[in-house]
Design a protein around this ligand. Structure first.
Ligand code: FES
Length: 131
């Protein structure tokens, strides 16, 4: 099945079964390696992307449900030369640790701050709770 996707502000056409997890399309077809494969079960958050403003697990979003939504991946928010403010904060605080789950932490923080400019301490603690 051919589907159109909006990823990081660009339109893409991909050919895959409608039940293919978006994560596989991002990594294998589009070469976007910000989202990671961790558990594949919606439990670890390594695959987090932002879909229409909400942080979601791309391993749990089938291609046919991703079509028509505005998807943002870690690859689309900043670069090594021009990191996103959340990425700069992670660098400044040396927050990467092992690095594998960092994608989910950053994308969750970005989704929180995009929707809530004055988060409480509880909001901040809850945002990465699923990672
Ligand atoms: Fe673990 Fe998607 S890979 S939640």
């Amino acid at each position: 099945m051919r589907q159109r996707l909006s990823i990081n502000g660009r339109d893409h056409e991909v050919e895959a079964d409608g039940d293919t997890p978006l994560l596989y399309i991002l990594r294998d077809d589009l070469g976007l390696h910000g989202p990671k494969f961790g558990c594949g079960l919606g439990q670890c958050g390594a695959c987090t992307v932002i879909a229409d403003g909400a942080a979601i697990r791309s391993c749990q979003l089938p291609l046919d449900q991703a079509a028509g939504r505005k998807i943002v991946t870690l690859d689309g928010i900043g670069s090594a030369a021009h990191p996103h403010p959340v990425q700069r904060a992670f660098l400044a605080e040396q927050a990467a640790q092992g690095g594998y789950c960092t994608n989910g932490m950053i994308m969750g923080a970005k989704a929180l701050l995009d929707s809530n400019k004055q988060p409480t301490d509880a909001d901040i603690r809850n945002a990465p709770a699923g990672n």
